[in-house]
Design a binder for this molecule. Sequence first.
Ligand code: BES
Ligand code: ZN
Ligand code: ZN
Length: 479
Amino acid sequence: MDVESTTALPADTDADTVVVGILDGEGVAHDVDGALQGLLDSGEAKSRHRHLAVTHAGAKRWVLVGLGRRSELDPERMRVAAACALGRARELGARSVCFELPHDVDADLAAAIVEGSLLFAYRYERFKAPPKEPREHVDALLLSAHDDLSEVVREASIVARAVNAARDLQNAPPNECAPRHLADAARALATEVEGVRVEVEGRMGLQQRGMGAFAAVAQGSDEEPALITLRYEGPDASGPLLGLVGKAVTFDTGGISIKPANKMSEMKFDMSGGAAVLGAVEAIARLRLPVRLIAVVGATENMPSGHAARPGDIVRASNDLTIEIINTDAEGRMVLADCLAHAVAEGAERLVDIATLTGSIITALGNTHAGIFGDDDDWVAQVTAAGTTAGELVWRLPLHADYAKWTESETADLINANENRKAGSIVAAQFLQRFTGDVPWAHLDIAGMAWGTGKAYAPKGGNGFGVRLFVELARSLSK
Ligand code: BES
Ligand code: ZN
Ligand code: ZN
């Protein structure tokens, strides 16, 4: 879908369909012979958020979408409204849609229209035969406003397209999306986007770096693991070196502690943290944000086999801590352990990791908030605020010495799981903390947010959660 902005009135554009937002207690700004106001007066169109009404006037189709009260209108409500309106327009056969921005609103609402539309329009159809009847498809989106919003629209498109790129990685089947697929995506970024450098290491690299925790997960699989390190430095970059670390288990069978068959195919999404990191690097670099970034993606399968790690094995991580593996399905923290230590060793001054780490976080927070954990209140607050701005909500859970006890092993420095299963997400975070040195760190557990949240602008499958949060975080660091 092509996206552009215009200062022309919607009626004067060549769009076949116009979307007009209706705010509570406010009339229609630019009417066509009273047709739109008439629809509102008759009660067929309403200001209730997401409400839809359709009419035809002046050789165009008009979709009136409720935006609720002006005082409550925020980017998230706008994304949802845009997705709903675009959905109705598409259903009715629209090919080119013009959104009219309400008067006197902030530019972030214009960005939200673009994001909501591009994210809604995404489909993953690579493996489907072309349908006999071509599917409804909107080719062009136009944003009409009195001010020139071309820069806002350009930036929002970059962000939304990066989210969709992350979704492509998530949705790819696990036979295609092996670690090398993510490595290829990272290399493509370095070739295509100015300022991005990449390094990919395999099994040998893990061994040479002493990354025994990551290597223990990878050893059960015939697929080569990939330690992907990306660097980006924006023009006139200042501020701390931001370290982003993503879990990318391209398929999590559980290993020898194998998972039940039911819904195991969903474990192709266990690379969603890594996908979010790649999407974030893409967006941040294309936006040329003035930040310094190191991004680490730990990509591997978690498979059972004759050479897989066993429950009871003890391995040594790159920061010299030894880990007793009690459950091979608690593999994400093993991968992240070495990746976090790597980011610290490479000089990261702020850290955020992102991972589909625990089923417990879904029990705790469902599909509304990701869990956030951290030891530096200011940093946690900054990451949380970025999530709020982006419409990617996170909720803080505690760390405490009592929980850290569950990471203690009789025979090693750490144990990778507590068999009583109490406070599973927190214990996992306590484990990760041991690999973060004294760098301000936040951990995002996105197991409940990475796919299938049912949002209006998130079609089925992966939803690229985290990309927009990281972009906002980078923006906040560059201020
Ligand atoms: N990838 C899973 C976590 C997960 C579960 C993500 C469901 C999304 C949906 C992770 O590797 C895992 O298996 N975690 C275990 C840890 C346990 C063995 C301590 C879990 O959450 O059950
Ligand atoms: Zn697992
Ligand atoms: Zn996993």
